[in-house]
Design a protein around this ligand. Structure first.
Ligand SMILES: O=C(O)CCC(=O)C(=O)O
Ligand SMILES: [Fe+2]
Length: 196
């Protein structure tokens, strides 16, 4: 039997997840009529993958395993084992859980950076993880970060009816801003950082 080291499997996964993310982002760019900007976008993107284990909660513990938040990425891809837990807050304020995701399912989620890039056409949803039952949940969350160019809404998204809502910003600097202790509890760090 050939045993493939965990790190090799993980790197292989990150490549597949990045490919998938690029396909989704291309679909988004094309559906909003700004496909011509896609190539420069891809050249600026890099990826950070986080591996998580949420153990089953003790009776005395809260079920909240990951507090409500929006991702600070451009996009995120999330892959999990067969233990449910990811919940998303809908526009009407109701939480809904993602159930019965298969081993071949990947959740693609909009982050704060695509919200700013799209001049609020695409919203980054608030989501959380809650744990029930007695099995551990494992997930791989991969975040797209725009490393080279500033994140800036294409001119096509800005007009009299849709004034610019975010100043162009450096994504890495925004992540540094969010990582400072005093900014972690802000209601909407992206608005505080570059909202107009
Ligand atoms: O583990 C999950 O399903 C989601 C994790 C998450 O929301 C995050 O890392 O930002
Ligand atoms: Fe998240």
């Amino acid at each position: 039997m050939i045993i493939i080291p965990f790190s090799e499997n993980l790197v292989a996964y990150t490549k597949v997840a990045a490919d998938l993310e690029r396909i989704v982002v291309r679909m988004v760019f094309e559906s909003y009529g700004v496909g011509k900007h896609h190539e420069s976008h891809v050249g600026s993107a890099n990826y950070l993958c986080r591996v998580m284990k949420y153990r089953d909660p003790e009776i005395s513990e809260t079920k909240m395993a990951f507090v409500p938040h929006t991702d600070k990425s451009f996009m995120s891809t999330i892959h999990q084992n067969n233990v449910d837990g990811l919940e998303i807050k809908a526009k009407d304020g109701e939480w809904f859980g993602l159930h019965g995701l298969s081993f071949s399912s990947v959740v693609v989620m909009a982050g704060d950076a695509i919200m700013a890039w799209s001049n609020d056409r695409i919203k980054s949803p608030i989501h959380r993880v809650t744990m029930e039952g007695n099995e551990a949940r494992y997930s791989l969350a991969q975040f797209t970060v725009m490393e080279k160019d500033m994140v800036k809404a294409p001119n096509e998204f800005v007009d009299e009816d849709h004034p610019l809502r975010y100043k162009p910003f450096d994504h890495l600097k925004f992540l540094n801003f969010f990582n400072q202790e005093e900014n972690r509890m802000l209601e909407s760090p992206i608005h505080t950082y570059c909202g107009l």
